[in-house]
Design a protein around this ligand. Structure first.
Ligand code: AMP
Length: 402
């Protein structure tokens, strides 16, 4: 795969930049931003553009608005938070390609930042509409994509827009570059031993990633709900635990391939079993062989935590994607908490997939200890699956000899 065109490879001096960010941040019911990591992660690119004398049109989506403008999906609070982070006023447009945005873009001066309203207020955005992309392109001389979390989607501001900028006018921002560098290093030349820790609810969501990783890892640790499909494949009684019966042959295949490849595969040896899927349920610690009928495993047990800790102790690279249990309920969050602490304490390069796993690490106070936490759940998984992302492909350098 060719290298990515970096923002440093092109001349952006004194240019007007269209900067696609992923500011799809979590908000509480009062409209407060509860985690501004995605905003902070965009600062290096924004500051670099300002240092080069640019004016910046910042564009992002936020949530899933259905029918044009809706106040609750407005990016106004995000513009405010970005302004605080930069110590600058961020000008807010009231629309995306309407008269207000166009007027404000036209008046934008060097060193100023304008934020467009939520791109998804325009229906064409998620349809990769070229007419909409052309409107976006008319706003700027240069296109910079720093929106890793949405690069697995062919959307107007991510894919179609690149057709309107030459190779000298389009590039990846620092965050996007970092995301791709970390994922490619994991896949191509991880420092060994390389341990993948996977969890989450389903095997189906991670099957392709597991298949792509298996020949590359030294150890594979499987926790979370997905472990039960493997345990059932091995003949255990898993009670009412979550299972994907149709994937049992795949699970067996992964175990067999792992053996052939010399990959050490670890499954939970005990679980926290509950009578119902509820924070008030009665619970007990049982071995994986003794889950009572009618009960369900909602977290890994203490012996599994010890086992997994032992298995990662010599790791030089760890990739973690998926919680070890139903971490949203305190009673079933200990496995994920302990794994988070243990991974953070190793001397390995630790790469955390986005989404739920990033939430786990932040919630248990380990974020600063990890080497890299991806800002995109789905996009991060697709990179590990070995896929080329539609938002990244147009930013690859062409073969020099072509
Ligand atoms: P995923 O989106 O596939 O990474 O799954 C994340 C979800 O898996 C979280 O919401 C967890 O609550 C859920 N999860 C983890 N362990 C279990 C389990 N043992 N049973 C049911 N759900 C689980």
């Amino acid at each position: 795969m060719q290298d990515i065109i970096s923002i440093k490879d092109i001349d952006i001096t004194n240019k007007k930049v269209f900067l696609r960010c992923d500011f799809n941040v979590p908000m509480d019911e009062f409209g407060n931003i509860t985690d501004d990591r995605r905003i902070r992660s965009a600062l290096p690119t924004i500051k670099y553009c300002l240092d080069q004398g640019c004016s910046i049109v910042v564009a992002s989506h936020f949530g899933r608005p259905k029918n044009g403008f809706e106040e609750k999906y407005s990016l106004k609070p995000v513009a405010k938070r970005l302004g605080f982070a930069l110590g600058l006023d961020v000008i807010m447009a009231n629309d995306v390609i309407g008269a207000d945005a166009k007027d404000k873009v036209a008046k934008l001066k060097k060193g100023e930042i304008l934020m467009l309203e939520n791109l998804r207020f325009e229906k064409g955005e998620t349809k990769n509409d070229e007419a909409l992309a052309k409107e976006f392109a008319s706003y700027a001389d240069v296109y910079i994509n720093d929106a890793f979390g949405v690069c697995h989607r062919a959307h107007s501001s991510v894919e179609a827009i690149t057709k309107f900028f030459s190779e000298e006018q389009r590039a990846a921002g620092f965050l996007l570059q970092k995301e791709i560098d970390f994922a490619e290093k994991l896949i191509k030349k991880p420092t060994r031993p390389f341990v993948a820790v996977v969890g989450g609810s389903k095997v189906s969501g991670k099957l392709q990633a597991l298949t792509n990783l298996l020949p590359r890892v030294d150890k594979l640790i499987i926790g979370g709900g997905m472990a039960f499909t493997f345990l059932k494949a091995l003949g255990e009684n898993i009670g009412n635990s979550i299972v994907e019966e149709e994937l049992i042959p795949e699970a067996l295949n992964i175990l067999k391939r792992g053996k052939e490849l010399g990959v050490k595969i670890y499954l939970p040896v005990d679980v926290v079993a509950a009578q119902s899927f509820s924070p008030d349920s009665a619970v007990k610690f049982v071995t994986s062989q003794e889950i009572p009928s009618g009960w369900m495993g909602l977290d890994i047990g203490p012996a599994s935590i010890r086992l997994f800790q032992e298995a990662i102790i010599d790791a030089q690279t760890i990739w973690w994607n998926g919680p070890m249990g139903v971490f949203e309920m305190d009673k079933f969050s200990k496995g994920s908490m302990k794994m988070s602490h243990s991974i953070a304490e190793t001397h390995a390069t630790t790469v955390v997939g986005g989404g739920d796993t990033a939430d786990v690490v932040a919630r248990f106070g380990d974020a600063d200890e990890m080497t890299f936490i991806s800002t995109g759940g789905g996009a991060s998984l697709e990179l590990i699956e070995g896929k080329e992302l539609p938002g990244v492909k147009p930013l690859r350098k062409k073969d020099e000899w072509l």
